[in-house]
Every structure is written in C-alpha cells, then in structure tokens.
Design a protein around this ligand. Structure first.
Ligand code: ZN
Length: 339
C-alpha cells in the first residue's frame, strides 16, 4: 500500500483556527498498514470524514503538546478508534503535559480515555518508541508547554520530521538532519519574530541547513495567511534551493516519491477545484461506510456495528500491533525500555 500524508487542516494561531479561516484537525499518516493521527485539534473528526480518513483505523494517536489546537479532539479520536474502550486496541503517544499534567495544567487525557487503548506512552524529548517497523523519536521543541516535542518518524518508505510548535534555536537543526520530508509549523510570516513559534525566516535557516528532499510548511497564523502561504513558500524555496510546498487543507501527499532512495519526485495532492470535489465525494462515501450517517436508521446501524465489533476486520489488524520493545510490562517499565 502506498503511504500517504494527509493534512486535515493547516490553521495555526487562534485567529486562524478560531474562525476556521483555514481548517484545523491535524495530520494523518498512513504507512505500512498503520494509521497515525497527529495533533487532533478542532474539527479533527469532521475533517477526517471529509478527507476520507476513517478514525476507527487509527493505530497510533500522537499529541505533541497540550495546546487546544493540537489536542481538543484527542479524546474524541481515542473514543472513535476504540469504540470508547469496547475495543481496547491502539496506542496513544503524547508529551508529559498531555498524559500526566504538569504544575498548573491538568492532564488532557482522563483516566477513562487512558483505559480505552492498549497502551499510553508519555514521550520526552530524546526518547523513542518502536511500533512494528515504524520508529518514532521525540525531538526538542521550544514552546510555552515546556514539555512540547517534535517528531521524527522512521518508516520503511520515508523519514519525516515534524517540528511541532517550536521557536527557533540553531541547536534544533541537528535533530532534523537526514530526513526526506520536513514538515514545519510556520505561524509567522517573514519579518516577524517569536520565541515560541517559527517564522518564514526561521524556515529558511532550518531548511538551508537540513536540505530535505521536500519541505512542507503548515500551521499558519494570521500574518502568514495575510502574506499568502504559497508566496511565502516560493520565497523560502528560492532562498534555500529546496522544494517547498505550502500545505492546503485536505492536501494528500505521497511521501514515497520524496524518499532519497526513490530519487523520483511526483506530487499527488488535491487542491481546491474539481479534484478536491471528487476527493471529498469519495471521502464522504468512505466515512459513511463506517459511520452509517446516510442510512435511514443510523442509530440502529451504529448499534449493530458496535455489537459486531469483535468481528471487525480492523480489530484483527490492530491485534497485530506490537510495541517493539515492550510486551506486557507495566507502563513505567515499558517507558524505560522504550526510551
Ligand atoms: Zn502550541
């Protein structure tokens, strides 16, 4: 199966996601039979439906930090992927603030939702976890959630870095090196500065040093929308000599084409217009398959689906999900081993 990276939404700051100038909801990665749901913010489930993503197929849900635009639908996605714990499979990976809370911040994850999944892993910067043949490394991030992390995903097809929300520091650059695809959360346009979020100028510094096969900017704030993300991407590309794309809501990318090994480049995405409509049509069909939204008696169907959850083929797929380094040990043990 060809891997996919799906941008459910591209909104960054509260001005943009608050009014849904751009959609929000996070990023979904499908690779090697697994579905990773990253930073499920406002509208995650609705956007998943529109983009043809079945949240039930999620094997790993990841939250990089505790801010609303990254976690507001975390528990909703956990509910959707596990039938609220009836099918206790799948893994949650999140930073410490989300899982355990820190002083002044209660955990985003309540005990109920922790028990809905097979395992909850609190991941700190510098630690890594393996899920079958996917390795997830937690990267350093400088943000106003002090435990915020970025991600580096090693899959059989490609290596992707995701900065998460972070300010710029040249010490961050090393950790992004040797990736095929670099996804950067660029809140601010060129000329603006922030200690806790990246600007287009920071993107130029990072991309010039890292030289990925492809850089994607997303998570746009007010000034980026005003400046036009596509124009900013062009400027960054010109300055860095690296291909740079400004993500669109609903953009689907085939990362295999950007793998250094493949040496082949082709973009497969659905911009606004005919293809988008076609995609959304397909997307809603797919989502309807699982939600029964269009049925005459959707509650009845949902009930039947719940009853037959044991026979659900997704359950069977999920049953093959094993953490590389952890078996049935308790959470603390497991985290130690995984780290
Ligand atoms: Zn944030």
């Amino acid at each position: 199966m060809v891997s996919k990276i799906i941008f459910l939404g591209t909104a960054g700051d509260s001005f943009v996601y608050g009014r849904q100038v751009r959609n929000s909801g996070g990023i979904v990665i499908k690779t090697g039979g697994y579905q990773l749901f990253i930073d499920p913010g406002p509208g995650a489930l609705l956007r998943a439906k529109i983009c043809g993503v079945n949240p039930r197929e999620t094997t790993v849900v990841i939250a990089t930090h505790c801010h609303t635009n990254h976690v507001s639908e975390l528990n909703a996605v956990i509910g959707a992927m596990s039938y609220n714990g009836l099918d206790r499979l799948g893994v949650v990976i999140a930073n410490k603030t989300v899982v355990e809370g820190i002083e002044g911040n209660i955990p985003v994850l309540p005990e109920f939702h922790k028990k809905c999944v097979e395992r909850v892993i609190s991941l700190k910067e510098g630690k890594k976890v393996g899920i079958e043949n996917i390795e997830i490394h937690a990267l350093k991030a400088i943000h106003d959630d002090p435990e915020a992390i970025g991600l580096k995903l090693f899959t059989p097809d490609f290596v992707m870095c995701y900065t998460g929300d972070t300010g710029y520091n040249k010490d961050l650059i090393e950790q992004y090196r040797q990736c095929d695809i670099l996804v950067l959360n660029i809140v601010h346009a060129s000329g603006e500065k922030s200690d806790i979020n990246l600007s287009s100028d920071d993107a130029v510094r990072i991309i010039s040093a890292v030289k990925p096969q492809l850089a994607i900017i997303t998570h746009f704030g007010k000034s980026m929308i005003k400046a036009d993300p596509m124009m900013e991407a062009r400027k960054i590309q010109k300055k860095t000599g690296v291909q740079v794309i400004a993500a669109n809501d609903g953009m689907v990318l085939s990362p295999n084409y950007y793998s250094a090994e493949m040496k082949q480049k082709r973009l497969n995405f659905y911009p606004a217009g005919a293809k988008q409509d076609e995609k959304e049509e397909k997307g809603s069909e797919k989502a309807e398959d699982t939600s029964g939204d269009n049925s005459k008696d959707k509650e009845k169907e949902a009930g039947e689906e719940m009853e037959s959850y044991e026979e659900d083929h997704i359950s069977k797929e999920k049953q093959s999900l094993l953490l590389k380094n952890g078996n049935n040990g308790d959470k603390a043990n497991n985290q130690e081993k995984l780290g």
